[in-house]
Structures are given as C-alpha cells and as structure tokens.
Design a protein around this ligand. Structure first.
Ligand code: NAP
Length: 327
C-alpha cells in the first residue's frame, strides 16, 4: 500500500511536530500511528542517569547516620593528605572537605610541600593510623615522583583505608567479603541500583583495567552476576566487544573515545572518564549526544559518576567510623 502524503511528511520529520500531528489528525489517520511515532522517539531518547541527585540521596543517608553517631558522643572524622601543588588535586581535596561538612564529618586536612620525603609522609600516615579521632585516611594521588605511591597506600591501616586501595581490602573485594568498596566502581553500582537496572545475566563490558577503576568495576559487576568482559589497549577489535554490551562502562581517559557505532541499541552506558576537551571543558570518554541517541540510559559528564565517587567516599568513612566505634 502506498503511504499517504501526510504519512510521508510525518516520517520525514525528525520529531513529532505540531504541524505533522495536525495534518495526520485532519487527514483521518489513526492516532495509533502517532503513538507509534512517539514511542519510536522515546526509545531513542536515553534516560539520563542523574549522578548528582543519586549522590545527594547517598549523602543525606550518611548525614542521618553521622548525626546518630554524634548523638552517642562520637565525632567521626576523615583525614585528607595532599602533597604538592597539583591544581586538580587541590580541587578534589577542597571538594572532599565540602562533602565532609555536608555529611557532618570532622575533616582534617594536611597540605604538605612538594619536596616532602617518603619518610615524612610515612610518619604522618603512622600518626593518623594511631589517631582515634581519625576514622578514615585518604592520601590524594598522584604523589610527587620522590614518593612511591604503593609504599604509602600500603602503609595506611586497612581499617581506615576509605579508598579501598590497600592490598588487604583489594583481596577482600576479590572474595566478596569486604567493608569498603573502591569509590568509583561502587558509585557506578549504586547508580545502577538507583535506576533499578538489573545487572544479573547482563553482558557487561568494561573498557579499562586500572587497579582503581577497571579491575574493581569488573569484579563488582561479576559479584552481581553480570557476564563481564574487560577490554584494554591490546584488545583486538574493541568495537566488536563493546557492541555486545548490555551495560558498557568506559574508563579509558580519552575524550570522545566511545562513539555510537561501538554501542548496541538500548545499552546502558556509564561514562567514568574525566577529561578536558580542546576548549578545556570537562568531558567524559563517550561522545555523549550520538551515544545518548542509541542508549537506553547514560551518565552525563559532569554530573554522572564524579559526584557518586565523592558520595561513596563519605559512605566508606561512615562504615570505617562505625566499625572502629564497635571495636
Ligand atoms: P588509567 O589507569 O590510565 O587506565 C586507562 C585504561 O584504559 C587502561 O587499562 C588502558 O589499557 C585503557 N586504554 C587506553 N587506551 C585504550 C584503547 N585505545 N583501547 C582500549 N583501552 C584503552 O586510567 P583510570 O585511572 O582507570 O581512569 C580512567 C578514566 O576515569 C580517566 O579519565 C580518569 O580521570 C577517570 N576517573 C574518573 C573518576 C570519577 O570519579 N569520575 C574516578 C577515577 C578515574 P592498558 O591497561 O592496556 O594500558
């Protein structure tokens, strides 16, 4: 059957416009066609996963529990150690202080000079490990080149390791018996839960295998019974892998890396990347507009995974405080 001119006009239109609707209605074409078109369009509009809102909910829960602890006479606190003058690190540290204030934690900031030695930093870590007022310790990375990051991270007491980078905590995550989860991957899981996106049985593809994002992310998705593929710079035909993903997590660190042709129709796309584009604007690893037109749900940058990472740090600090107070 030849389509009517009104339907042709309607199909050419990139959105359901008032003019097309009027032509269709006056030409007597059934409303079902219109509804079909709207449904097609809704299918292509990805749900935006609002990390800011979900993070605000997490922080509100943390704050409520911190208030309970305070009512019992405790004063839980987080120590944040910054070495040197990295401007991005300064911003991260000041954000953590703001989050502490919002959640009711006492924050202790240690800003050390660029030339700090490994021994000096180790001495501070030992002091904080022994300090009963400090429940969580975070040493902001990267550290100046004279200090071995691993040596420092391994010196932090596992009970106060709110980043979950200590080998003991990493091992506990592997076997699924943990107190803390690393903030970024745990934030991603929290977002999926908040959006009621079921992970079980889904094909999850993680691009990136770093110790702080890619590997723990894959492990947490596996704990939730996802079928997980980890991709990295040596992966052959990456797009072939990513197109299999029901849930795609990009943690590469390259702006515009994930393009629409790498994404399956209806996939959930989580963009962990934090990059600066040519104009110096914060952006993720995903070409947002073109991928959003194909995905069923997507995280924006900014306002996606970033705020969740910060919120989970607050939750980890609360967990540390509760466990230490119970000891
Ligand atoms: P990373 O240590 O540099 O790891 C990047 C990973 O991407 C590596 O495993 C690397 O593979 C892989 N990769 C690089 N080029 C690739 C390619 N062409 N094809 C496939 N894989 C490739 O970075 P990271 O610490 O995991 O962080 C990743 C991104 O997340 C960065 O933008 C970072 O700023 C961001 N981030 C955001 C948050 C947040 O809160 N939103 C938190 C942490 C990190 P190889 O291992 O083979 O080299």
């Amino acid at each position: 059957m030849k389509p009517s001119p009104a339907l042709l006009l309607y199909d050419d239109c990139t959105s359901v416009c008032v003019f097309c609707l009027t032509v269709l209605q006056t030409s007597g074409i059934m409303n079902t066609f219109i509804i079909q078109k709207i449904n097609q369009e809704e299918k292509t509009m990805a749900q935006i996963i609002d990390g800011k809102q979900i993070a605000a909910n997490v922080k509100a829960q943390v704050r409520a529990e911190v208030e309970q602890l305070k009512a019992q006479g405790a004063n839980p606190g987080l120590a944040v150690v910054l070495v040197g003058n990295n401007p991005a690190s300064r911003v991260y540290v000041s954000n953590k202080e703001k989050d502490c204030a919002e959640c009711g934690f006492q924050s202790y900031e240690y800003a050390l000079p660029e030339e700090t030695t490994e021994e000096e930093l180790l001495a501070l870590v030992a002091k904080l490990n022994a300090d009963k007022n400090v429940n969580g310790i975070l040493v902001q990375l990267p550290l100046p080149k004279q200090i071995c990051e691993q040596t420092i991270l391994h010196a932090i007491s596992p009970a106060k390791d709110v980043d979950a980078f200590h080998p003991e905590n990493v091992g506990r995550i592997m076997i699924g018996d943990y107190s803390f989860l690393p903030c970024t991957p745990a934030g991603v899981i929290e977002m999926l839960d908040a959006m009621q996106i079921d992970i079980s049985g889904k094909h999850c593809v993680v691009i990136g295998r770093s110790n702080i994002v890619g590997k723990p992310m894959a492990m947490l998705l596996l704990h939730r019974s996802g079928t997980v593929t980890i991709c990295h710079s040596r992966t052959k035909d990456l797009a072939e892998q990513t197109r299999q993903a029901d849930i795609l997590v990009a943690a590469v660190g390259k702006a515009g890396f994930v393009t629409a042709d790498m994404v399956k129709e209806g996939a959930v796309v989580i963009d962990v990347g934090m990059n600066r584009n040519a104009e110096g604007k914060l952006c993720g690893d995903v070409c947002y507009d073109e991928v959003a037109a194909k995905a069923s749900a997507i995280t924006p940058v900014p306002g996606g995974v970033g705020p969740m990472t910060r919120a989970i740090l607050m939750r980890n600090t609360l967990t540390a405080a509760k466990e230490q107070l119970a000891d």
